[in-house]
Design a protein around this ligand. Structure first.
Ligand SMILES: CC(C)(COP(=O)(O)OP(=O)(O)OC[C@H]1O[C@@H](n2cnc3c(N)ncnc32)[C@H](O)[C@@H]1OP(=O)(O)O)[C@@H](O)C(=O)NCCC(=O)NCCS
Length: 199
């Protein structure tokens, strides 16, 4: 799926061309680069590049095994935006659906990872990735594999309370604060659970 850039951010960051960096103030040059972006399911060949992106943006080293779950587990999904010219993953989102232990007719989506390369932020890529994952979560063919009557009720995620950019992004997408998780990201680093009800 081709990416359509729908918005112009307040300022334009450095735009990397191959291995060199150029400074640009041209929105047009971003639009031209957008022609080489592609959004689709994560594949094995993307894993090393996705790991690099996650390390750089979230400062967390995700393993190949962790990312493989999205490729091989039918209830897990991972989509990525690829820069096909540089052969690099510049955006990634992943999550899985699980059945409620309390009520087998209810299942819940867990948004587990989301990152967009700093160079490409505020162009709507995070939004398009989230739309894609929510679409996959809501696709009846997946929930039907649990139980014919199973319904996806909500999608939740955890993020660090200090990550105000991400919290604003999620709030703008209909997620609201559910609870605080003290020390979830280590000593003195609290997390918040945010949830969006979908049905
Ligand atoms: C959060 C993140 C994925 C957003 O990606 P993005 O591609 O920049 O997001 P979009 O361009 O699609 O933004 C959509 C809307 O979300 C909101 N938003 C996104 N980034 C924001 C920011 N830094 N500050 C305020 N609002 C923001 C805005 O409403 C924005 O629309 P607008 O630009 O028209 O105002 C990105 O900032 C990121 O990768 N951050 C680091 C990793 C991270 O924190 N991941 C989440 C951990 S759970």
């Amino acid at each position: 799926m081709a990416i359509v850039i729908t918005q112009q951010p307040a300022f334009l960051p450095l735009l990397p061309i191959d291995d060199s960096i150029i400074v640009t103030d041209s929105y047009q040059s971003y639009l031209e680069r957008a022609n080489s972006l592609d959004l689709s399911l994560l594949k094995s060949k993307d894993i090393e590049s996705a790991k690099k992106l996650l390390r750089e943006t979230l400062a967390v080293g995700y393993s190949t095994t962790f990312l493989n779950q999205f490729i091989y587990n039918k209830d897990s999904f991972c989509f990525c935006v690829r820069d096909t010219i540089r052969n690099a993953v510049i955006g990634v989102i992943g999550g899985k659906i699980s059945r409620s232990v309390m009520d087998s007719t209810v299942c819940t989506g867990h948004l587990m990872i989301l990152a967009v390369s700093t160079t490409w932020r505020r162009f709507g890529l995070g939004q398009q990735l989230l739309n894609k994952l929510e679409g996959a979560f809501c696709d009846g063919s997946v929930t039907a594999s649990f139980n014919r009557r199973t319904q996806l009720r909500s999608i939740y995620l955890q993020t660090e309370i200090a990550n105000t950019n991400a919290i604003r992004f999620y709030e703008n997408n209909g997620f609201s604060y559910e609870k605080l998780e003290r020390g979830y990201y280590g000593s003195g680093k609290d997390g918040v659970v945010m949830r969006k009800h979908v049905c």
